[in-house]
Design a protein around this ligand. Structure first.
Ligand code: PNS
Length: 161
């Protein structure tokens, strides 16, 4: 059984992330989507909120689990029994950072490999930051995120005002 882990900030999860999750779920036996507890960033959603949103949007994919982690990704992968880390590549601009991350992780733990899935061209421009920026100016984010996520983003931005 090949277990894979798909780590990220997911603040919020976009249709691009969801596309990667669905495709990874059709390749690997089990996918764990892992939300990073990142003290360095000031996210829109708490870790628990992001976990709950991810659980909601992946509820129909039977081999997908959602959790969170603090610390090194390779330690979390090892504890979860995952041999593979999934990352999405949108464009060449992602490549340098992703290569550095993958090489560092492999140096830290040689049994954990990174598999890159190229983002569907339809979502190649998309990022969580763009979604938050468009929503913060009252723009329509319904083409970028699932409906439940759009509602959560607008509510959160309203509550933060
Ligand atoms: O969605 P993101 O913010 O691009 O995801 C980045 C993530 C979570 C994959 C990366 O920051 C990470 O793995 N952080 C955990 C700390 C770690 O293991 N770093 C790798 C050594 S540099």
């Amino acid at each position: 059984m090949t277990k894979a882990i798909y780590p990220g900030s997911f603040d919020p999860v976009t249709l691009g992330h969801l596309d990667i999750i669905k495709r990874a779920a059709s390749i690997f036996d089990e996918i764990t989507v892992s939300v990073l507890v990142n003290q360095g960033k000031s996210p829109l959603f708490s870790v628990q909120e992001r976990v709950n949103i991810l659980k909601e949007v992946t509820k129909d994919i039977p081999n997908v689990k959602v959790d969170s982690f603090d610390g090194l990704l390779v330690d979390h992968a090892r504890k979860s029994g995952a041999d593979v880390v999934i990352r999405g590549l949108r464009a060449i601009t992602d490549f340098e950072y992703e290569l550095q991350l993958a090489q560092t992780n492999r140096k830290l733990c040689s049994s954990v490999d990174t598999v890159f899935l190229t983002t569907n061209l339809e979502y190649a421009y998309l990022s969580s930051s763009t979604v938050k920026e468009v929503a913060s100016y009252g723009g329509d984010i319904s083409k970028f995120v699932p409906e439940v996520v759009a509602d959560a983003v607008y509510s959160k931005l309203k509550a933060n005002k």
